[in-house]
Design a binder for this molecule. Sequence first.
Ligand SMILES: *Cc1c(COP(=O)(O)O)cnc(C)c1O
Length: 475
Amino acid sequence: MSELIFSKSRPGRRCTVIPKCDVPKADIPHELLRETAPGLPEIAEVDLVRHYTNLSRRAFGVDNGFYPLGSCTMKYNPKVNEEAAALRSFTGIHPLQPPESVQGALQVMGVLSDCLREITGMNAISLQPAAGAHGEFAALVMIKAYLLDHGQPDRTKLIVPDSAHGTNPASAAMCGFEVVNIPSTADGLVDLDALKSAVGDDTAALMLTNPNTVGKFDTNIGEIADIVHGAGGLLYYDGANLNAIMGIARPGDMGFDAIHLNLHKTFSTPHGGGGPGSGPVGCNAKLAPYLPSPAVTVKDGGYAFTSPEKSVGMLKSFYGNFLVCVKALAYILTLGADGLREASENAVLNANYMQENLRGAYDVPFPGHCMHEFVLSLELLKKETGVTAADIAKGLIDRGVHPPTMYFPLIVHEALMLEPTETESRETLDHAIAALKELRQMAAESPQALHDAPVTTPVGRPDETAAVRNPVLRA
Ligand SMILES: *Cc1c(COP(=O)(O)O)cnc(C)c1O
């Protein structure tokens, strides 16, 4: 463990020397004064800078190296977008300023919503939700309001495929829906027969990702939509990862009624550091009256805040994580329609390049091409050598590659899920492929070395369960 900033504190050390006070001292009322000084570290600037710089080097981020975390789209985020979000005219405004005085900010929200409508094929967008799961929750609250409004309170069941992201059933349960799981086929797609027997008068909606969490595009989507709509249910799209389909396919055209997006995966905000994020919710005309409020609309040649007719209300303070939206808009405008499509094409190409180069060394459980991500199964490897998916992932750390997503999706045993993204060069992909092949060889020849990995990090194998159950957040 590294030393805390507090233990480096020495009485009297300071980063700044404040000039002697040359104005009369203000008389602060006694009851407002603290009795003891705050326990802040006293430290010189040079030690402060070194402390945090060294700490930052112990973390691994997209700016350090390859980070092929499946279902999470850890791609490089161009710094120009950060610069746009750091503009004083955006950071210096107050959320309670009258709309007339912040027309530029409202325009950012308006234009971004228009771009996202175009990219997804939906009728209306709200930028309010703060994350993907929050966007799911927003859409499900809207679906619930719609069903109640249309005299269908008995539609209480949400169908979720077993390959779904864990937030899907969690959001459904939080909204008071009953979750009905349906299995996937051996190809990793929706089992149409299972879906047909699951839908009925009690179906509120199907929650689906396409391409799904095993990296497959479900070409039966038209039929899936017909089955769900035919039973009177709605179709919800988990669009956390739009990286495979931008400019190529649109959830609106596939028949989805509601969606959420993760701007902090696809649209240029690093993700995984705990925020801030943005999970806009989109919907078709049927659900638009239920969108969260306030909404940004064009009015009298300018932009104004309005409330959709039957709005489910406010789901977050003010208007969402505005600066994340600025970055997303900068990203979309710099790439343009052609650039977005190219990004998706390269994301899919990179994933297939890796998948095909690893086939043979590792078991690829689903047949055919993948979209933006792919899954490896190490079940057989574990049986033969005792080396687990976690061991291989730890071995990658020693070779400068962040571990892929592990043990997800749940339907693949000993899963490693890789999403290289479009921003990686062929050299980077080749390095990761070579590392994975080397580790496969090691698994056969010296499995213990892999059980001992990583050996290059300050912390090797933390007790992950204890870290979640009993986090020590302060010394
Ligand atoms: C990341 C992700 C989510 C959840 O997004 P958060 O912003 O982490 O809440 C939902 N669905 C899928 C498919 C995801 O990859």
